[in-house]
Design a protein around this ligand. Structure first.
Ligand code: FAD
Length: 603
C-alpha cells in the first residue's frame, strides 16, 4: 500500500496546533475525547486502505458513463455507499436526533482528508449526500426530513446540489428553472441543470436533488430564488417509487475525477416533475449558502488531499530513482562513482519541499477555518460573532489557496518523476488531471477573490480582517520570544504590513464608487493575502514544534518537529517573498484589463 497522506501530520494539526480539545469541551461534544477522535481517524484510514485507494486508478480508467438513458458508475461506488451508510460516515456530523455521530465539523473534515487523499473520485458522492440531507435537517419541515433524510444518511439514496444552468454558472441570479405552485402545496418543476455531480448513477436506489428554482411571479435576481427537493423517484404512501420526470439528458466526460458522474438533468419534460419547497419562498439562495460554505471547505480539502497524495507519490519515487551523481562528490567527472538517488539533488529537494510546504499548510488553514466554524456553531454565545467573522474571511482563501497552489504542487510532483511523470503507468498524471477542477467548482478563483476583496475584507468595516491581524500578531509576538524564530516573525510582520499598505491604496477606490477598478485585480489580492495567511500557518506550526522540542512534551519524535521548522524556513525563503511582486502589481496605477474604448483592439 503506497502512502497517500500522513496521519502524524493530521494529528499534529488537530491536537497540537489547533487544539481540538477546545472544541471538544463544548457541551455538545461531551461524549468525545481526543482518544476517541484518534480511533475514529484510524478506522477511516483502515477502511480507505482497503476499499478506496486500491480503486483509484481503475475509476479513472473505467469512468462513469451514460448509455441507454442510464448512468453507470464503478461498482465499488455502490459498495462504498452501503458501507458508509451502515457505519455512519455519511451522518458523521449530524446530531444524535438524526442518527448521526454528532462530531465537530473539524473532525468530519479531517476524515474527509483521509477519504479524498485515498480516492478523490468517491468523496463527492457521499459529501453531496450529507450536505443535501443537512439542508433538509436545517430548513426542511419534519415531514420532508422524515421522508428523505434517514435513507440518505443510510447510503440508500444519494443527494445532489442542482444550481448550475446553461446560462447561470458563476451568476446564480440568472437561474431560470421554474416552479409552478399546485393546489396541494407542491410545485411543478421545469428546467435544465448542467454539470450536476453524482446527478445520476446506479449506486443508490433513488437520488434526491436539492434544486434552486424560481416560483412563478417571484422577484428577479437572487431575491426570487427558492429551494426545492426534487427526487428522481417520488415515494408513494406504501413506500414504492414513482417516476418523477427527472431525465438525464447526457453526461460530461471529463479531464479528471472521471469516476464521479457529472450529468445534464432535464426537469419536467412531460410536465410531471414534482418539487417540495424547503423553508420559505425566495430564501433558497441563503439556505444553499450553508451547503456551499461547507462545500467550499470540502473542495479546498479535496485539492489539499489530492496534492498530498501526489506529494507522497513523488517523494517515494525520488527515494527510489537513481540518476546522475552528486556535484559535491565531483561525480560528474567520475563516471565510475555510484549513481545517487534523485532525492539527493538540491533541485529535486526544492521541488519536494515546495509540495510539502503547500500541502501541509493548506491542511492547517482548512483545520483552522473549520475550528472557527465549530466555535461559531457550538461555542459560548459571547464568542460566536467573532468566530463567524473569522470563518467568513478565511473560507474563500481556504478554498482557493489549496486549489490554485495544489495545481502547482501536483505539477511539481509530476516534474520530480521526469519522463515517467508524463506516462500513464504512473499516478502523477492522474492527480494532475484530478486536481484541475478544484479552482473551478464551488465558485471559481475569480469569484472567490471578488468575494474576499469585495465582501469579506470590507465586512463590518473590516472587523474580520482586524480579528485575523490580531491572531497573526499574537503568533508573531510569541515566535519572537525564540531567537531562531525571530527573523521569520519579523518577515511575517513586514509581509502583513504590505497587505495593509495595499488596502490603504485600494480602499479609496471602493469608497469613491470605482468598484470595477477596486476589484479588477482581486485574484492578485487573493494570492497576496493567502500567501501571508499560509506563512502565518507555517509560523504557528514552527512555534508548536519549537515548544515541543524545548519542553520535550510533544507526541512525535524530534525529526518530525525539526522538519516542520525547516519547511517553515523553506516557505519564508521561496514563497513568502512573492508578496512584494503581488503588492507592486496591486499598487500600480495602470489599469490594463478594464473594458474601455480600446478593449476590442487589445484582446
Ligand atoms: C466537474 C464539474 C462538476 C460540477 N458539479 C456541480 C454540481 O454538483 N452542482 C452545480 O450546481 N454545479 C456544478 N458544477 C458547475 C460549477 O459550479 C460551474 O462550472 C462554475 O460555478 C463556473 O460556472 P461556469 O462553468 O458557467 O463558468 P462561467 O460562470 O461562465 O465562468 C467562466 C469564466 O469567467 C469568469 N467569470 C464569470 N463571471 C465573472 C465575474 N462576474 N467576474 C469575474 N470573472 C467572472 C469565471 O471566473 C471563469 O473563469 C460543476 C462543474 C464541473 C465542471
Amino acid at each position: 500500500m503506497s502512502t497517500y497522506m500522513s496521519m502524524e501530520h493530521l494529528r499534529f494539526l488537530l491536537h497540537e496546533v489547533h487544539n481540538i480539545s477546545d472544541v471538544l469541551s463544548h457541551e455538545k461534544f461531551s461524549d468525545l475525547d481526543p482518544e476517541s477522535i484518534d480511533m475514529l481517524l484510524d478506522a477511516a484510514k483502515a477502511w480507505t486502505d482497503q476499499e478506496w485507494h486500491p480503486y483509484l486508478k481503475e475509476m479513472d480508467e473505467k469512468p462513469a458513463y451514460f448509455k441507454d438513458n442510464k448512468v453507470y458508475s464503478h461498482p465499488q461506488i455502490k459498495k462504498i455507499f452501503k458501507d458508509a451508510g451502515e457505519n455512519g460516515w455519511i451522518s458523521m456530523y449530524f446530531d444524535y436526533e438524526h442518527g448521526g455521530m454528532q462530531l465537530p465539523y473539524t473532525v468530519s473534515l479531517a476524515v474527509n482528508h483521509i477519504f479524498e487523499a485515498a480516492n478523490n473520485h468517491v468523496t463527492g458522492y457521499l459529501g453531496l449526500t450529507s450536505g443535501s440531507a443537512h439542508l433538509l435537517t436545517s430548513f426542511g419541515t419534519k415531514e420532508l426530513q422524515d421522508q428523505f433524510v434517514p435513507n440518505m444518511l443510510a447510503g440508500k439514496w444519494g443527494g445532489t446540489m442542482c444550481l448550475t444552468e446553461p446560462q447561470a454558472g458563476s451568476s446564480l441570479s440568472d437561474v431560470k428553472t421554474s416552479a409552478q405552485p399546485l393546489e396541494n402545496g407542491q410545485y411543478k418543476i421545469t428546467g435544465q441543470k448542467i454539470f450536476i455531480s453524482g446527478g445520476d448513477h446506479e449506486a443508490t436506489e433513488n437520488i434526491i436533488h436539492l434544486t434552486l428554482a424560481r416560483i412563478e411571479g417571484a422577484p428577479e435576481g437572487t431575491k426570487g430564488i427558492s429551494l426545492f427537493v426534487v427526487p428522481k423517484f417520488r415515494i408513494l404512501d406504501d413506500g414504492s417509487f414513482e417516476d418523477n420526470d427527472v431525465i438525464t439528458a447526457g453526461d460530461f466526460q471529463k479531464l479528471g475525477q472521471r469516476g464521479y458522474s457529472t450529468v445534464h438533468l432535464s426537469f419536467g419534460e412531460k410536465n410531471d416533475c414534482i418539487g417540495y419547497l424547503v423553508g420559505e419562498p425566495n430564501k433558497g439562495l441563503s439556505y444553499m449558502f450553508q451547503m456551499m460554505n461547507g462545500a467550499r471547505l470540502e473542495v479546498g480539502m479535496a485539492a489539499t488531499s489530492t496534492a498530498t497524495a501526489a506529494y507522497y507519490a513523488s517523494l517515494q519515487y525520488a527515494k527510489e530513482r537513481p540518476q546522475g551523481r552528486r556535484i559535491e562528490d565531483n561525480g560528474r567527472k567520475n563516471i565510475n562513482a555510484e549513481q545517487t538517488l534523485i532525492i539527493n539533488h538540491a533541485d529535486v529537494r526544492r521541488m519536494l519541499f515546495l509540495q510539502k510546504a503547500i500541502v501541509e499548510a493548506s491542511l492547517s488553514l482548512l483545520i483552522e477555518t473549520s475550528v472557527y466554524q465549530d466555535k461559531f456553531a457550538s461555542g459560548p454565545e459571547s464568542e460566536r460573532k467573532n468566530y463567524h467573522l473569522l470563518m467568513e474571511l478565511l473560507t474563500p482563501m481556504a478554498k482557493t489557496y489549496p486549489s490554485e497552489k495544489g495545481k502547482q504542487a501536483v505539477d511539481t510532483g509530476l516534474q520530480v518523476l521526469g519522463g515517467y511523470g508524463f506516462c500513464m503507468d504512473f499516478i502523477l498524471q492522474q492527480y494532475y488531471r484530478d486536481v484541475r477542477i478544484m479552482s473551478i467548482y464551488e465558485g471559481t478563483t475569480g469569484i472567490q477573490s471578488i468575494d474576499l476583496l469585495g465582501r469579506k475584507v470590507t465586512m463590518e468595516n473590516g472587523a474580520a480582517l482586524m480579528l485575523l491581524v490580531q491572531k497573526i500578531s499574537e503568533i508573531i509576538d510569541e515566535a519572537s520570544t525564540f531567537e531562531d524564530l525571530k527573523p521569520y516573525a519579523s518577515q511575517l510582520k513586514k509581509s502583513l504590513g504590505k497587505v495593509q499598505e495595499v488596502l490603504m491604496k485600494l480602499t479609496p477606490l471602493a469608497m469613491n464608487g470605482d468598484y470595477e477598478l477596486y476589484l479588477s485585480d482581486a485574484t492578485i489580492f487573493m494570492d497576496l493575502a493567502s500567501n501571508v495567511v499560509i506563512a502565518y500557518q507555517w509560523l504557528k506550526m514552527a512555534l508548536k514544534a519549537k515548544h515541543a522540542l524545548v519542553t520535550g512534551t510533544g507526541k512525535f519524535d524530534s525529526a518530525f518537529y525539526e522538519s516542520k521548522i525547516h519547511t517553515m524556513k523553506f516557505y519564508y525563503k521561496y514563497e513568502l517573498p512573492r508578496v512584494y511582486s503581488c503588492a507592486e502589481t496591486l499598487m500600480s496605477d495602470e489599469a490594463l484589463t478594464i473594458v474601455n474604448e480600446q478593449s476590442e483592439i487589445l484582446v
